[in-house]
Design a protein around this ligand. Sequence first.
Ligand code: ZN
Length: 268
Amino acid sequence: MQALYEDGRLTQASSESPFRYKKYLSDAKGIKMSDLWTNIKPVRGKESCGYPTQKPLALYERIISAGSSKGDVVIDPFAGCATTCVAAERLGRKWAGIDIWKGAHRLVVARLQEASHSLQGRQVYYTKDPPRLTDPLPVTLLDDPTQYKRKPYGWVALKPAQIRERLETVQAVADKPGFIYCAACGRQLEQAFMQLEHIRANSDGGSNFIDNRVLICGPCNRTKSDRYSFKRLRQINIKTGWTVDRDIAAVVYKKVIRLHKRIKVEMP
Ligand SMILES: [Zn+2]
């Protein structure tokens, strides 16, 4: 026992727990799988679907077995003749296949039946609709002028007057119709004194879309011009005493940001 311990063959989870015998990989029988697999035969005979790039089912079964467990999801975005789907089904994985060929789904079903694998009454679902992006777009994409031209997202095509209108609704002074809060100094001013300004300057890569726009008063706009970010403008306003109500300005600015987010969701 002492010899085994000194040899690093005994292990303990804690000082109170019993000793356990430790097995090393080098003790295992056989040889470790290398990166050259020569014991899988190429596709031929009945297995062949006529695709020049078709891979053997046995190869995919080995890869899926090594890389996933039962119940995991396997997806093949270039499903071709559905070898991945068949292998995944046979190994009890959930699966999805994507292919540009319109008849791809028929081949999947045919091959699953051929492989005499019972789908146990389960259906193979498919759609021919092109895939659609459901996540919010990254800002870099929205700033891309080619995206703007194609107008895939309604809100990026809003004209300045429409942007103004929407900002006015959230920056309005509740009990004074026609008055707007400046989001940078908290002043209440008539609509005509409010200017549509960029949060991040154009010169700094800021876009003209609504997600980069805010209404601020003339003096705030002159201070900001292209020199400062909106955040810096608010700091300068506080420092110089131009801010009349810091809390109101912060609340109004938060409402503007919420509008930006809401519009992105409303206009996919
Ligand atoms: Zn102002």
